[in-house]
Design a protein around this ligand. Structure first.
Ligand code: PEP
Ligand code: CO
Length: 456
C-alpha cells in the first residue's frame, strides 16, 4: 500500500465542495494556511481518543454539541461563553445520570462548512447557488454573495483560533468551577415550570456540599475547578483541512490541525470518496454519521478504511435516523459492527433526522421528536446488549426560538421571534438543559436495569 498523503483526496470523487473559480487566490490562501500554526496538538487528539474509547466501553459518556453552522456575523465572546456554560451544566446533569465522566466536545472553533440537500436555492423564482457556510460563501441571497471565496478560509481560521483561545481560558481560568456551574442550574430549577428537575439538582448539590465538607473544593482540587473541553467539526472543506494538516513529530503520524475531532457527514461518506480518503489518514478521532441509507456493507468497508487497526476511540458512529426509525436501522448496523468485531463508540444525533417545515414556514425540530429519538437509541442498545456512548446536539446557550416544544414551550408562532441560525434549528439553553435532565433519567434507568441484569 502506498503511504497516505494529505493530498490524496484530490484524486477521489468529491461531493458537496465548492468549485473555486479563482485558482490563484485559492493557492495563495492554501499557502498561507499551511504556514499557520495548527489549532490543536496531537497529544490532545490522542487524549480525546482515549476518552472516546472509554465512552465506547460505557466508562464515559460523550456530550457533543454546538451550532449547526458557526457564523462570522454572530461571532462574540458572549455567544461562546453561553454555549460553553450550558454544555457544562448539561455535562454535570449527565454525569449524575451516567455516573461516569462526561467527555465534552463542542461543535465549535471550526464548524463552518455545510453540506446542502440541493446545489441551488430558488426564492421568488430566482435561482442561486446554495449557501454552504461562512467559510465558503455568504447567506445573503445575491449572486455575488453566493460565489465561493477562498479568502473566507482565513477568516474562519482566525475565528476558530480566537474561539479556541477563549474556550481554553474558560476551561482552566476559574469559570468552570463545579459549584458555580451547579448554582446556575439551581437557578434554572427554581422556576416553577421546571421544578420537576429539582430533585436531581438538589441531589447534585448535596454531593457537592459533601465533597466540600470533606475538603474537596476548587481551591484544593484541580478537577473541581477545571474541565477538559474539546472541539470538533465536519471535515467537509478539504482544501482547508489539508492546509492545516501537520506531521506529528513524536509519532510520525498526520494530525488534522483544524480541531480535535472531525467527522464525516451523512452526505459525504462514500467509501471511495474524497472525504473518507482524507479522514482515513489523520490520527484524530473520527466521527461517521450513519443515516437511514447507510448499509451494513458500506459500514463494514468504512470501518476497515477508517479504523484498520481497530483502535478504541478512533471511530465514533453517530446515528441520525429520525424519531421512530432507530428500531428499523440501528440493529442492522450494530450487527455489522458485531460481525466485524469492530470497536466503535455509538452516539445519538437526534437532530438531523427530525427536521421539519413548520406551518409558519420555518425549518424546525420538535423537542418531543428529539427526545423520542434519544429514547429509541437507548432502547435499541439495551435490547442488543450494546453501549450507548453519548449524544450529539445542535444547540446554543442563547435564548433562540428555533426548535418547538420543551417545558417552556416554543410554539410554531414563536419561531419568528428569535430565529437566528445560519443553517439548522438549534435547541436553546432551556431546551438543552431540559434534555440533559431527561437523558440523565434514561441513563439512570439504564444503570438500574443493567445492575438488575448483572445480579439476576
Ligand atoms: C450536521 O451535523 O450539521 C449535518 C449536516 O449532519 P448530517 O451529515 O448527519 O446530515
Ligand atoms: Co445541522
Amino acid at each position: 500500500m502506498t503511504e497516505w498523503q494529505k493530498t490524496n483526496w484530490r484524486n477521489k470523487p468529491r461531493v458537496q465542495m465548492p468549485d473555486y473559480t479563482d485558482e490563484a487566490a485559492l493557492a495563495k490562501v492554501e499557502g498561507q494556511l499551511s504556514q499557520y500554526p495548527p489549532l490543536v496538538f496531537a497529544g490532545e487528539a490522542r487524549r480525546l481518543k482515549q476518552h472516546l474509547g472509554a465512552a465506547g466501553r460505557g466508562e464515559a459518556f460523550l456530550l457533543q454539541g454546538g451550532d449547526c453552522a458557526e457564523s462570522f456575523e454572530q461571532f462574540s465572546a458572549d455567544a461562546i461563553r453561553d454555549t460553553f456554560k450550558v454544555m457544562l451544566q448539561m455535562a454535570m446533569v449527565l454525569t449524575y445520570g451516567a455516573k461516569v465522566p462526561v467527555v465534552k466536545v463542542g461543535r465549535m472553533a471550526g464548524q463552518f462548512a455545510k453540506p446542502r440537500s440541493a446545489p441551488t436555492e430558488v426564492v421568488d423564482g430566482v435561482e442561486l447557488p446554495s449557501y454552504r457556510g461562512d467559510i465558503i460563501n455568504e447567506l445573503a441571497f445575491t449572486p455575488e454573495a453566493r460565489i465561493p471565496n477562498p479568502n473566507k478560509m482565513l477568516q474562519a481560521y482566525t475565528q476558530a483560533a480566537a474561539t479556541l483561545n477563549l474556550l481554553r481560558a474558560f476551561s482552566t481560568g476559574g469559570f468552570a468551577d463545579m459549584s458555580m456551574v451547579h448554582s446556575w442550574t439551581l437557578g434554572f430549577t427554581d422556576e416553577q415550570d421546571v421544578q420537576k428537575y429539582s430533585e436531581i439538582a438538589d441531589r447534585i448539590q448535596d454531593t457537592i456540599d459533601f465533597m466540600n465538607a470533606a475538603g474537596i473544593t476548587a481551591d484544593t482540587t484541580h478537577e473541581f475547578s477545571t474541565v477538559e473541553f474539546y472541539t470538533s467539526h465536519e471535515s467537509l472543506l478539504l482544501e482547508y483541512e489539508e492546509a492545516l494538516t501537520r506531521l506529528d513529530s513524536t509519532s510520525g503520524n498526520w494530525l488534522a490541525g483544524s480541531g480535535h475531532m472531525i467527522w464525516i457527514g451523512d452526505r459525504t461518506r462514500q467509501p471511495d470518496g474524497a472525504h473518507v480518503e482524507f479522514c482515513s489518514g489523520v490520527l484524530n478521532p473520527i466521527g461517521l454519521k450513519c443515516g437511514p441509507t447507510t448499509t451494513a456493507d458500506d459500514l463494514k468497508v468504512l470501518m476497515s478504511k477508517l479504523n484498520p487497526e481497530n483502535e478504541e476511540g478512533r471511530l465514533t458512529l453517530i446515528a441520525r435516523f429520525g424519531a421512530g426509525k432507530a428500531g428499523e436501522h440501528l440493529p442492522r448496523l450494530i450487527k455489522a459492527v458485531k460481525e466485524e468485531g469492530a470497536k466503535v463508540t455509538w452516539v445519538c444525533d437526534p437532530m438531523h433526522g427530525n427536521t421539519i417545515k413548520s406551518a409558519t414556514g420555518y425549518k424546525t425540530r420538535p423537542f418531543d421528536s428529539v427526545l423520542r429519538e434519544v429514547r429509541d437509541f437507548f432502547g435499541v442498545h439495551e435490547a442488543e446488549g450494546t453501549i450507548p456512548g453519548g449524544v450529539h446536539f445542535e444547540m446554543t446557550g442563547l435564548d433562540v426560538t428555533e426548535c418547538t416544544g420543551g417545558v417552556r414551550a416554543v410554539t410554531e408562532e414563536d419561531l419568528s421571534d428569535r430565529y437566528h441560525t445560519a443553517c439548522d434549528p438549534r435547541l436553546n439553553a432551556t431546551q438543552s438543559l431540559e434534555l440533559a435532565f431527561l437523558v440523565a433519567e434514561e441513563l439512570t434507568n439504564l444503570r438500574r436495569n443493567g445492575s438488575k441484569r448483572a445480579v439476576s
